[in-house]
Design a protein around this ligand. Structure first.
Ligand SMILES: Nc1ncnc2c1ncn2[C@@H]1O[C@H](COP(=O)(O)OP(=O)(O)OP(=O)(O)O)[C@@H](O)[C@H]1O
Ligand SMILES: [Mg+2]
Length: 346
């Protein structure tokens, strides 16, 4: 069993989630899961002491969920990496492609290429060299220092990292079925500090974006306008959220400007994608991350975007005890990245 069991570890600013799946079974089976509050400033810090504190929390979490393996897949945060779909390449051999990707990366990576690791995923490749042959690739540039930092934390927590990927690739694996029948989807991942967007079509990511507005901004706005402690503001947010008919609409009015920043960016992402890909119109929006469960969010986004919007359920295709499934239903979307990581094939 152990050979196909993986820990998916999602190290977030506000909390760290771990999901252990046996992917050798079909469907994959849940072995255990859990989360722990991240010490502050945590993963944002570069100091050795702060990173040790993050590793300590992860160690406690792992002890608690007691996985049968140490093999772990971790994710790099979307806002710290650079991605781009490169469309305008001709037919290229593998060797030429590597070279072309380096050139392309120089245009969108705002740091020396020597300081990043480049990865790519072929989206389309003409089978042979002809006048109109082309190659389309999704390029990911990850700063080497960032990778080192995450590897170091995992090592301090006594875990064996078997793979690293990006948060949105992991979330897409857990949430969007990779079939030509599945509609082009906009994934919106709302965490504590950031909101990330990805357009997913035929199982491939075609565009990603990240903005520095997330659930933390909502809590701060409530604390400020009602003179609440952060913990009380957090409670109000989770109970009343964007429900306009609660508290005389006061909470709604406080949160709306921030939610509109997030929703307007979603519109821009859809427009940017559809300008480039007229035949892959976005048909569906999936909300994920801890903030996806904000009361009223799904209906607000449905009206704002005029599209079908749903809250993510990464557990839909995972085998588990039904009692566990109902227990998880309120916080399902919170684990999307960790589930996707634990599902990563070798
Ligand atoms: N039921 C809920 N309603 C609204 N917001 C919620 C709810 N549950 C959790 N949140 C919010 O979700 C956020 C945490 O989400 P998540 O765990 O995805 O973030 P993170 O991974 O720690 O942060 P980041 O990805 O930005 O580093 C917090 O802002 C929290 O207030
Ligand atoms: Mg997160």
């Amino acid at each position: 069993m152990s050979a196909q069991t993986r820990i998916g570890l999602d190290i977030g600013y506000s909390s760290t989630k771990a999901v252990v799946l046996n992917q050798g079974e079909n469907p994959a089976r849940l072995i255990s899961l859990g989360h722990i509050a991240s010490p502050q400033p945590g993963i944002m810090s570069e100091s050795e002491l702060d990173l040790q504190a993050v590793a300590g929390a992860i160690k406690n979490l792992i002890e608690e969920i007691n996985p049968p393996v140490k093999d772990t897949v971790i994710a790099l945060p979307e806002q710290k990496i650079f991605t781009r779909v490169v469309y305008d390449l001709p037919f290229l051999t593998d060797e030429e492609l590597g070279q072309a990707i380096r050139y392309a990366a120089e245009e969108f990576v705002p740091m020396p290429i020597a300081e990043v690791n480049l990865y790519y995923q072929v989206i389309f490749r003409s089978p042979k060299k002809e006048a109109n042959s082309r190659t389309v690739v999704f390029v990911i540039a990850a700063p080497k220092a960032l990778i080192d930092k995450y590897l170091k934390i995992a090592q301090m927590a006594d875990l064996k990292v078997v793979a690293i990927e990006t948060e949105m690739i992991a979330a897409a694996r857990a949430l969007v079925s990779f079939s030509v029948y599945s509609p082009t989807t906009l994934l919106i991942q709302m965490g504590a500090t950031n909101t990330d967007y990805a357009i997913v079509s035929d199982g491939l990511i075609l565009l990603t974006r990240s903005i520095a507005t997330g659930g933390g901004a909502l809590t701060r706005a409530i604390a400020q306008s009602f003179s609440f402690e952060m913990s009380q503001a957090e409670e109000y947010k989770k109970v009343y959220g964007l429900l306009e008919d609660q508290l005389e609409g006061k909470l709604f009015k406080t949160l709306k400007p921030i939610i509109d920043v997030i929703a307007n960016e979603a519109k821009r992402v859809i427009l940017a994608h559809e300008t480039q890909n007229r035949q892959r119109v976005v048909k569906r929006v999936v909300l994920t991350g801890g903030s996806a469960h904000l009361p009223g969010l799904v209906s607000y986004f449905t009206n704002f975007l005029g599209l079908e919007v749903q809250e993510a359920d990464p557990w839909a295709a995972i085998n588990m005890d039904p009692a566990m499934k109902s227990k998880l239903s309120g916080e399902a979307a919170f684990y999307s990245i960790a589930v996707g990581l634990a599902l990563k094939p070798d």
